[in-house]
Design a protein around this ligand. Structure first.
Ligand code: ATP
Ligand code: MG
Length: 449
């Protein structure tokens, strides 16, 4: 309850009633402003924002209904409580129809006023939270948050744009960490279903019987331990989307049930006989190709055809290296904000390593790498030493890359010595050992630059 910060306006042409209300509500911790006429109330509303207005209906020339109409137009977030004369139920109903939060009829108990104000504030808070939540989701999954400008990713965006607003079933392919779930959410939140749930289920997480009950629900007594009927995820997702992650892991029996849904848009709870209609968009994802599973008889061909109406393949990161710097900047910004560490740059050497690395864990691995580097870094810039050892080793193990431009030996020599020094964290003894030179020679080379 945020009582202390709430601002109230009370409107009544009776000074006695006004004083009483002001006293009681101030004691509750609210900031209370009063007005003795509709006109005064409206002009106060121009100067100030009020969370709640309590207004008498019957006043001078303009009445409480004018206050209500005026604030509904200029300040729709304000909750308005009407005080009506005893027995004037028609006025009360009209006020509610015009958008009043509630009405209280005279004579009222002070307790009633207090409770109604509390309820109004609570409802405002929930409304605000919902709006905030939705906004946050939109920001999180709007295309601005899907990074990538390579032709492969542009192809992905094109498909998204084409299918987002349809009900079409989708199949997303991609190695682990390539962004299948991110894209699935993006599609959902860019569709007309965006205000309905996006429900995810990992098809590899449960054994067959539990998976079927998870997806389709069960009736009471369907199996030992099913003491109560339960709705499944299909019903939870009604009107929205169901994300079936690792769909290749579904058992043949569950596949048959999924196929039936895709044909009839109907499900049966486990142990039940009733057909339940549900309106759900299925988005399936897999990191293994399904064709071999179809060939070996582990995945139904008819289901595969149904799922595969539209498919999107997310390329592995190593096939879109040009996007790596974009990702790095994006994740660097996010992590430095989250960790309150102003690290906004990466050294060319570190970026070079990130670009050469093979990224078996794809974008997720890159994200974790940057997050870790931000946490570890003691300087305002990410250096090679902030990257995982195995990454440095893998890249180092690759063939020596010579600069394209042809340079005098001493320059290459110097920059190579510098590289070794960086990787040994400035340890000159170790560096000279690796280079097979003594320390005096090392100093001499460095001084030559
Ligand atoms: N194009 C992208 N832009 C921004 N962030 C991305 C992008 N692709 C992936 N990510 C990020 O990488 C991480 C992994 O993405 P996601 O969970 O969607 O991958 P996945 O393919 O579902 O992986 P898995 O198969 O392991 O479940 C997430 O933090 C996600 O935000
Ligand atoms: Mg995933």
């Amino acid at each position: 309850m945020e009582q202390t910060s709430a601002r109230l306006l009370i409107v009544d042409d009776d000074p006695v009633a006004l004083d009483l209300l002001r006293e009681v509500l101030s004691k509750e911790g609210y900031e209370v402003v009063s007005a003795m006429s509709a006109e005064e109330a409206i002009s106060r509303g121009i100067e100030n924002f009020f969370d709640v207005i309590i207004t008498d209906v019957r006043m001078g020339e303009k009445d409480g209904m004018d206050v209500l109409r005026s604030f509904k137009k200029t300040s729709p977030e304000t909750a308005i409580i009407m005080i009506t004369a005893f027995g004037s139920i028609d006025t009360a109903i009209e006020a509610i129809r015009e958008g009043a939060f509630d009405y209280i009829s005279k004579p009222f108990k002070l307790e009633e006023i207090k409770i109604t104000v509390r309820r109004a504030l609570e409802q405002r808070r929930l409304l605000r939270e919902n709006q905030y939540y939705r906004q946050e989701l939109l920001e999180k999954y709007h295309s601005n948050n899907v990074i990538g400008r390579t032709p492969q990713m542009l192809q992905v965006y094109k498909t998204i744009a084409r299918v987002a607003d349809t009900k079409s079933t989708l199949l997303l392919y991609g190695e682990r960490g390539t962004g299948k779930e991110l894209i699935a959410r993006n599609i959902h939140y860019n569709s007309r279903r965006s205000d309905r749930p996006f429900v995810t289920v990992d098809c590899a997480s449960l054994v067959e019987t539990l998976m079927e009950s998870e997806l389709f629900g069960h009736v009471r007594g369907a199996f030992t331990g099913a003491l109560q009927a339960k709705r499944g995820l299909f019903e939870e997702a009604d009107g929205g989307a169901l994300f079936l992650d690792e769909v290749g892991n579904l058992s043949l029996s569950t596949q048959a049930k999924l196929l039936r849904f895709l044909q009839e848009y109907e499900i049966k709870r486990v142990g039940g006989t009733e057909n339940i209609k549900v309106d759900v968009r299925v988005i399936a994802a897999t990191n293994q190709f399904l064709e071999p599973l179809v060939k070996s008889g582990n995945f139904r061909e008819d289901l595969f055809d149904r799922l595969n109406v539209v498919s999107i393949t997310l390329p592995p990161l190593r096939e879109r290296k040009e996007d790596i710097p974009l990702f790095v900047i994006h994740f660097l910004q996010k992590s430095s904000e989250e960790n309150r560490k102003p690290i906004s740059h990466i050294s060319p050497e570190a970026l070079d390593i990130l670009t050469q690395y093979s990224w078996p864990g794809n974008v997720r691995e890159l994200r974790h790498t940057i997050e870790r580097a931000v946490v570890l870094s003691t300087q305002p810039i990410i250096l090679p030493e902030d990257l995982p050892k195995k990454m440095l080793e893998e890249v180092k193990g690759k063939e020596i890359q010579f600069p394209e431009e042809l340079l005098p030996l001493r320059e290459v020599e110097r920059s190579y010595v510098l590289k070794v020094l960086r990787e040994t964290k400035g340890n000159k003894k170790k560096a000279s050992e690796i280079l097979g030179i003594d320390r005096t020679t090392l100093y001499r080379i460095l001084e030559k630059g």
